[in-house]
Ligand binder design. Sequence first.
Ligand code: BTN
Length: 327
Amino acid sequence: MNLTLKDEILKRFLSANGEPLSVQQLGEEFGISRTAIWKHMQTLQDEGYTFDTIKKKGYVLVATPDRVDPPRISNYLATKRLGQSIHYFEDCTSTQTIGHELARNGAVDGTVIIAESQSKGKGRMARHWESTKGKGIWMTVIIRPNVLPHQAPQFTLVVAVAVVNAIKSLYKHIHPEIKWPNDILINGKKCTGILTEMIAEIDQVQALLIGIGINVNQQSSDFSEELQNIATSLSIEENESLDRAILIATILNYLEKYTDLYVQHGFSPIKILWEEASGTIGKRIRATTLREVIEGLAIGITEDGILEIQLDNGEIKRVYSADIELS
Ligand code: BTN
């Protein structure tokens, strides 16, 4: 992973799991002077990390700031590609915009861009995405699968399954459901949105930019008036403050696994996982597409991830992209 020396030292403290580390020992490990180690530890303290002194043994890390900086994420990663390169920003316009620029300049498969806040967070259909500082996960993952452009929308479903399973594996009181194609809801309120964009030639995807926005530690009052009745956060639902770095790493672990599954075996295994996590299938819905409004029963998704709606007259309509309201 592309960590600075300061971040490598932090990672070493994180993985020491409370065992004291001496400055002498760190200096030898990293091949730098004790003074240089000290300087990096001082910077970490300025950033909000707290070290306790253990007499004659060294230092232990006892508190970390509430930030999603790369060494904290990498401490929980079990991936080969996803998150092995992380670009971290305190503030940015949109991780999606930065992702486009990095992907065009050759960023490797699995590169992740994360920000504590975004001033121009983008949702689907050019909507604004509220990205309150330090409260959520605002990230873009660049992947470079060997697929055709028409397969790109299926990745939104792959990502939704990864996020749902990551949430379920970490928080026992939360029951997330996917609303086709890109929302994750808890008790009917939105906690996650996914935006999949691509850079492609006519017959080849060069990069997919997977934007994931998750409301994690907001309280109701942190949302704008417009969102208060329709949005929720994982913390509101779990009733405690949550560690965003662990959630990011867990999502990346699942996302790599499911991306590999998709590339090796196609959409079929993902379809099964998606159906298990879906809150759309079997419900009456209203789908607003660019051309029409369709009302009926959501009966399933096709082998390509396209939504099928049965109208009251029995006719079945296929929907490729739409805004969905559940009745
Ligand atoms: C939606 O539900 O409309 C999709 C929302 C996607 C938001 C995420 S936050 C990280 C990434 N950067 C952005 O500007 N948008 C996506």
